[in-house]
Design a protein around this ligand. Structure first.
Ligand SMILES: [Zn+2]
Length: 402
């Protein structure tokens, strides 16, 4: 990522002298074909949208998308734009941190970003920033400079993609030169001047919409903290967008100004957590799979504080403890969480399976046997059924269960 950071700084310096005047996008129809340059950007954006879609990288959750769109539309009105300005909000199934908007108004947010947020005010801080890039047509402003990035783009592309399915379409798209123009800017951030403008106007829009101004600082501090706590090498494009420290400092300065940011403000936490829950659970699964234990636990705890009696959350809590099984008491805590999950939802097959495996590891044979049997009743055709039937045979034999 050092290369990307250096490049961003370099661009920041060179772009200071480029400031063509473009009008903001405020109403439909947006002038997507105003110039050859912009047509080119929109065409590439549309192709990018299609490639992401056909690569099945999206986490589809219609009610969550509606919710996100609602928040974004409300913010648009505070950016001087019409609330029905055509935008799309899409979630990428990835535990890593990225949020960006394409020149055509497609806003992408990873499930990892969403899983690290506490409330709607934090979401609004992130969306506000991206919406400014779109409304102010920052991609067009930087288009002339983007050629410089062509050679770097494939490097950037490969940095984002390893955790995701790298399909043939995406690979070909990346090397055809279509994506480089877009990707380079979206992932590395715009020039510093435009990033600062996006921070400032996004902040003003979210506070004008009634959200707590402090949420902007919190969300970026949270992203930073959880990112530092996880040992995995995170291809964290967001960290250089611009660097999170600079960004946090900038929001502090914005907070210090006499805007109405200091007066409490709206959080809408319950609404946010309810809308995001399924996507967050899916993201916790990904975090657990790749061993991002700090991120996984952070998301689980945020959700548990909101709804401790959700069987799916107890299941993930148990899996988290199971992953930490070398820690004292972790296996017992895992068993307790799985037991709570099956108590809350006796039909949750995965929780019976997990409880059975933990009980087996603890040599609690009776519990292991009943739990695995229950799992097999619920999922007779499960791929692991033959193995688990073998375990059951062992458990039935004296001295089994090892
Ligand atoms: Zn930005």
């Amino acid at each position: 990522m050092r290369r990307v950071l250096v490049l961003t700084l370099f661009l920041g310096a060179t772009l200071a002298c480029v400031s063509p005047k473009v009008d903001p996008l405020v109403a439909n129809p947006v002038p997507s074909a105003q110039s050859a340059l912009e047509r080119d950007l929109w065409g590439a954006s549309n192709r990018y949208d299609q490639a992401i879609e056909s690569a099945e990288l999206l986490l589809r959750d219609a009610s969550l998308e509606d919710y996100l769109r609602g928040v974004a539309r409300h913010l648009l009105t505070h950016l001087g734009a019409s609330s029905d300005l055509e935008i799309r909000l899409r979630l990428i199934r990835s535990p890593f941190l990225t949020a960006f908007v394409l020149p055509n108004g497609s806003i992408y947010l990873t499930s990892g970003m969403l899983a690290r947020m506490n409330d709607e005010a934090q979401l609004a801080a992130v969306l506000g920033h991206e919406l400014v890039h779109f409304v102010r047509r920052h991609s067009l402003l930087e288009r002339l400079e983007v050629e410089r990035l062509r050679k770097q783009a494939i490097v950037v592309f490969s940095v984002l993609m390893p955790p995701l399915a790298m399909t043939r379409e995406l690979r070909e798209g990346a090397s055809s030169g279509d994506f480089d123009r877009i990707f380079a800017v979206q992932l590395q951030g715009y020039s510093q001047a435009l990033e600062l403008e996006a921070d400032r106007l996004g902040f003003e829009a979210s506070t004008a919409a009634g959200y707590a101004g402090a949420a902007a600082i919190e969300v970026f501090e949270q992203l930073k903290t959880e990112d530092e706590r996880d040992p995995t090498d995170d291809p964290n494009a967001y960290a250089s967008h611009p660097k999170l420290d600079e960004r946090i400092e900038h929001y502090r300065q914005l907070m210090a100004k006499p805007v109405d940011a200091s007066k409490g403000g709206r959080r809408s936490q319950t609404r946010f957590l309810a809308a995001a829950r399924d996507a967050v659970l899916a993201n916790v699964d990904m975090d657990l799979t790749i061993g991002r234990v700090a991120s996984a636990r952070g998301a689980i705890d945020r959700m548990l504080a909101f709804d401790a009696d959700h069987p799916g959350l107890q299941l993930r809590l148990g899996r988290w403890y199971r992953l930490m099984r070398r820690e004292p008491g972790a296996l017992e805590a895992a068993a307790a969480a799985f037991a709570r999950a099956v108590e809350l939802d006796p039909t949750l097959a995965a929780a019976h399976r997990e409880l059975g495996l933990v009980a087996r590891a603890q040599s609690a044979r009776a519990l292991a046997a009943t739990s695995l049997e229950r799992y097999l009743e619920l999922e007779p055709g499960a791929p692991d059924a033959p193995i688990l039937r073998g375990y059951l045979d062992e458990l039935a034999t004296e001295g089994g269960g090892r």
